[in-house]
Design a protein around this ligand. Structure first.
Ligand SMILES: Cc1cc2nc3c(=O)[nH]c(=O)nc-3n(C[C@H](O)[C@H](O)[C@H](O)COP(=O)(O)OP(=O)(O)OC[C@H]3O[C@@H](n4cnc5c(N)ncnc54)[C@H](O)[C@@H]3O)c2cc1C
Length: 382
């Protein structure tokens, strides 16, 4: 029997595997993707300053940052609302740190994790899709697809981004009835590390500095998205400029437009018999506050602490899993509530909420302690 089997060696499962690589344990990490391939090669991840510190501890940040254009620092975040007053600007300088966060290439991060894990004694097995995870009180069974020999482990960690391979875990889903249209956008003037979050009548729009362009995340109704996707590049840029207003102008080119549905999905509970879910398998959030991936990295980091301080025989036992779940509960629910709360506070185009929103943004900007607390929450979690 293995000590730990990790299902999914993506950004979150890979971080966990690296964080426990020095423990004297028999660890297997399984991933469905073939070696040297990334399924989401075009995706970027927004990471907070707190996640950067975790990456530093894992020896990962410098490695990813060495890849040309793989890491873009966010030095300023400009938050505003269209058609209403109130703006707040958060800067890294006022917090004495190099950046508030970073936009990181999913491909470069996964590649760095694969390379680092390749140097450890962890058995990293590609091309190994898992069909199901079941368990008894004595151990977990990890069933592989294509009729291959199952694996047994004291503890199964599910980090497959979906969590559906585990039976008996309820998944609460709330569909926001909106989609995120994502694209890469060029601008006349360089981004200079400035990110924009703009609340508009149809939902939030974010521009994230990414290499030599902006990553656009534009929330809208599915029918509107269908229409906007079909526009010519020129018409798309004109509509974006109209929608975004004057906070950022000079959009010159767009490419790689696509959409994905927005939903909140929460596993309850995140631990089962001999099994724990982390990352997107545990919770998948609206991208409005860029909290999802950071929450997943904190799941991995906290679980690594629990594993590294646990006797081998006690791995996966109820008491160990309960301790981990208790330690994650506050941060996890705060992250979910904060993100969901923002979607509700900024969802409606009405003067009744536009005024309080404007006042909140203006107050946040005028009150250094409140601003510091807000920025801290964005950097390290709530
Ligand atoms: C469409 C979309 C766009 C997004 N865009 C952004 C963005 O722009 N910025 C941002 O910060 N976040 C974004 N996110 C969120 C971000 O992608 C997640 O927070 C992050 O990828 C979670 O990492 P993870 O390791 O938990 O899961 P994943 O990244 O999904 O990784 C899961 C890993 O498990 C493997 N796997 C899956 N199923 C199996 C199986 N059955 N057996 C074995 N292995 C398996 C996969 O190959 C993969 O390597 C987006 C999410 C979605 C759905």
């Amino acid at each position: 029997m293995h000590d730990i089997v990790i299902v999914g060696a993506g950004p979150v499962g890979g971080c966990l595997a690296l964080a426990i690589a020095d423990a004297d344990l028999d660890v297997v990490a399984l991933d469905a993707r073939p070696a040297n391939e990334t399924l989401r090669a075009d995706r970027s991840l927004a990471i907070s300053h707190g996640t950067r510190l975790v990456f530093d501890r894992l020896g990962l940040f410098a490695r990813v940052a060495a890849v040309p254009q793989a890491v873009t620092p966010i030095t300023t975040i400009d938050i505003s609302q269209a058609g209403g007053f109130g703006v707040t600007t958060l800067t890294a300088e006022e917090h004495g740190i190099p950046a508030l966060g970073y936009v990181v290439s999913y491909r470069a991060l996964t590649q760095a994790l694969d390379d680092e894990l390749g140097r450890t004694r962890t058995s990293l097995r590609y091309g190994s899709p898992v069909a199901a995870v079941t368990a008894t009180a004595d151990g977990a069974t990890i069933e592989l697809a294509e009729g291959r020999e199952p694996l047994a482990a004291r503890l199964a960690v599910v980090a497959d981004g979906a969590g559906t391979v585990v039976a008996g875990v309820q998944r609460d889903k709330r569909d926001y009835g909106q989609v995120a249209l994502i694209a890469k956008v060029d601008t006349e003037a360089p981004h200079a590390g400035v990110a924009y979050e703009r609340f508009t009548p149809t939902g939030p729009v974010a521009l994230l500095p990414e290499a030599d362009h902006y990553g656009l995340v534009w929330t809208m109704a599915p029918a509107q998205a269908e229409r906007v996707l079909a526009l010519s590049d020129g018409a798309f840029l004109a509509e974006l400029a109209r929608h975004f207003g004057t906070r950022r102008t000079g959009f010159t080119a767009v490419r790689e437009r696509r959409t994905f549905p927005l939903a909140l999905e929460v596993a309850r509970p995140t631990t089962g018999q001999r099994c724990v879910l982390i990352g997107n398998a545990a919770q998948s959030l609206h991208p409005i506050a860029g909290q999802g991936f950071n929450l997943g990295v904190r799941d991995a980091f906290e679980l690594a602490q629990a594993i590294n301080t646990c006797a081998r025989e006690a791995l996966g036992e109820r008491a160990m899993l309960d301790r981990y779940a208790a330690r994650r509960r506050g941060d996890r629910y705060a992250g979910i509530a904060f993100t969901h709360g923002l979607t509700q506070a900024f969802a409606y185009d009405s003067a009744l909420v536009s005024w309080p929103r404007g006042i909140a943004l203006a107050l946040l900007d005028a009150m250094p302690p409140a601003k510091r607390a807000f920025t801290r929450a964005m950097m390290f979690g709530i």
